[in-house]
Design a protein around this ligand. Structure first.
Ligand code: 5GP
Ligand code: ZN
Length: 137
């Protein structure tokens, strides 16, 4: 995709601080880190969403994310790691080239996800939504 910023990073047309590269994936530092050390794992082939990405590539992305998380813990002393992956503008995806966020976390780092659990009206509503999902598995 000629207008994709991550494809341009893969093509070395724009600079990035690289962490790892192989035939399938590229890993680089996020330029706007949630926490310093935040990395992005991307496939070298452009796919927009997880729903379009072949399973074999997802395996490469997530096994690499595991390696990066381990390196953040051992190299940065991270106490934990958030692995995140946004799909679609509604989910907060700003760059439409699938990527896995690997975010090192430290006790007391001050970051809090805006995670406000909601409740279902009743168990029937929950069950009906579950049916709608199950019908497409
Ligand atoms: P999204 O919101 O799509 O899940 O995340 C996109 C991420 O890409 C953001 O965390 C943002 O900081 C990062 N990002 C956007 N443009 C660039 C760039 O040109 N270089 C780097 N290294 N990261 C970028
Ligand atoms: Zn791309």
């Amino acid at each position: 995709m000629s207008d994709c910023i991550f494809c341009k990073i893969i093509a070395k047309e724009i600079p990035a601080t690289l962490l790892y590269e192989d035939d399938y994936v590229l890993v680089f530092m996020d330029s706007g880190p949630i926490i310093k050390g935040h990395a992005l794992v991307i496939p070298k082939h452009h796919y927009d969403l997880i729903t379009e990405t072949p399973d074999a590539i997802l395996v490469q992305l997530h096994s690499t994310a595991k390696r990066i998380a381990t390196a953040q813990m051992n190299g940065l002393g991270a106490d934990g790691v958030n692995i995140m992956q946004n799909n679609g503008a509604a989910a907060g995806q700003e760059v439409p080239h699938i990527h896995v966020h690997v975010i090192p976390r430290f006790i007391g780092d001050g970051h809090h996800w805006n995670w406000n659990p909601r409740t279902y009206d009743d168990l029937d509503e929950r069950a009906k939504l579950a049916e709608k999902i199950k019908n497409h598995l």
